[in-house]
Design a protein around this ligand. Structure first.
Ligand code: PGA
Length: 261
């Protein structure tokens, strides 16, 4: 099966520079007596905090991730961030295709596919997010929507490159995000719902990539918390978590990390 369980913290636009430094320092202290060698942990602060967080992480096994990047490498693209710069700032991972990028900022799977290739070319590992909305699920389209996001976002990615990709299945309705779920009705996927979709994604990957599809990490995301992490992570096809809200507080994030050990 997959190599390592991967737990990622996505800090979104929720922690400024000082708060990010505080949070990462707290995380280092909270995890200092844990043996993290069997798993991988990353944090994804805002672009402006990457450098300081990397400095704080220097002696730690915790890795750095960016939350997004450009489909371009350099040039006249005002406001964009190059994968080259993320690499030079110490990023090992980049999150691409997060539902907030897809649904609030209108990123298409075609655009995300360009970013995926750009990241892989520049030696960044990709956390590719996919997931259906409540409406898509209610209309019986959850498999179709996730399969389409996978096939377009991964177009042209070969089995060898797939080794550097994590798929994060994040049902949009389960993400604790006012931007995505303004009514505030947010409930995590049940273990049964998560297992069903993770098995679907695993089968899609195996039928597309053969045995390599069995090796890659499938993270679950959407209201993962200390209270539900252990059960979700005990599902064979759930190989990690992409954690938003509960990753902001070092103690809570550490509890989730401990559930993966
Ligand atoms: P949440 O966010 O854990 O706050 O639901 C997850 C995510 O958006 O990656």
């Amino acid at each position: 099966m997959t190599n390592k369980v991967v737990i990622g913290g996505n800090w979104k636009m929720k922690l400024g520079i000082d708060e990010s430094i505080q949070s990462v320092k707290g995380l280092i202290v909270a995890t200092q007596n844990l043996d993290l060698s069997s798993i991988e942990v990353f944090v994804a602060p805002s672009f402006v905090s990457l450098s300081d967080v990397f400095t704080a992480l220097k002696a730690s096994p915790i890795k750095l991730a960016a939350q997004n990047m450009s489909e371009y490498v350099e040039g006249g693209y005002t406001g964009e961030i190059s994968p080259k710069w993320l690499k030079s700032l110490g990023c090992e991972y980049v999150i691409l295709g997060h539902s907030e990028r897809r649904r609030i900022f209108g990123e298409s799977s075609e655009l995300i596919n360009k970013k995926v290739h750009n990241a892989l070319t520049h030696d960044l590992k990709v956390v590719l997010c996919i997931g259906e909305t409540a409406e898509e699920r209610a209309s019986g389209r959850k498999e179709e929507v996730n399969a389409e996001q996978l096939s377009i976002s991964l177009k042209g990615v070969n089995a060898d490159q797939l080794k550097n990709i994590i798929i994060a299945y994040e049902p949009v309705w389960a993400i604790n995000s006012r931007g995505l779920n303004p009514t505030g009705d947010i409930i995590p996927a049940t273990p049964t719902q998560a297992e069903e979709m993770h098995n679907f994604v695993r089968n899609w990957l195996v039928s597309t990539y053969g045995e390599q599809g069995n090796q890659i990490c499938l993270q679950y995301g959407g209201s993962m918390q200390p209270s539900n992490a252990k059960e979700l992570l005990s599902i064979p096809s759930v190989n990690g978590g992409l954690v938003g809200t509960a990753s902001l507080k070092p103690e809570e994030f550490t509890e989730i990390i401990k559930s993966a050990l």
